[in-house]
Design a protein around this ligand. Structure first.
Ligand SMILES: [Zn+2]
Length: 156
């Protein structure tokens, strides 16, 4: 199924493709100060696909903290936290803030703490548990649309 969500103003859209039922997805409440402040409940499916779509990158905030191994995507217009993205070369993995999903996940999240992880441990855990992901930005203003039709993937 395809789960969709967006930030309050619609600048950040997310689409999570998963074979799991929405209610069968893991639901985690990270206990770090950032996630507690936002009341975040995250979900991911390592067998799924995740896509963040940004309407206006000028009002996308990529916040980094702690070990700075991922970008926390925050809408600079409405302030919503949409999820996190970790990149390595051409690959990326992400989690979504389940609170943004159109289909509400109502059960209680599992509290988790990743304190004490090294950067390498953190990266390895995310590769295992997060969803293969991509960040989709609009074509640059001024560039011809015709040259960017179809796939938005980078050219080899
Ligand atoms: Zn927004």
């Amino acid at each position: 199924m395809l789960l969709r969500g967006k930030c309050h103003c619609g600048n950040i859209s997310l689409a999570l493709e998963t074979a799991l039922d929405a209610q069968a997805l893991p639901l985690r409440a990270c206990q770090c100060s950032f996630c507690r402040m936002h009341g975040v409940r995250t979900t991911s499916d390592p067998a799924g696909r995740l896509r963040f779509e940004i309407a206006d990158p000028a009002v996308l905030s990529r916040y980094r903290f702690g070990l700075a191994t991922a970008d926390f995507l925050i809408c600079g217009r409405c302030g919503a936290y949409a999820g996190a993205l970790m990149s390595e070369g051409e690959k990326a993995w992400g989690v979504v803030n389940a609170n943004l999903l159109a289909e509400p996940l109502t059960r209680e999240p599992e509290p988790v703490s990743y304190e004490g992880e090294t950067a390498a441990e953190r990266i390895a855990r995310r590769k295992q548990r997060w969803t293969p992901a991509e960040l989709s930005l609009p074509p640059r203003a001024g560039s011809k649309r015709s040259s960017r039709t179809g796939s938005r993937r980078r050219r080899p």
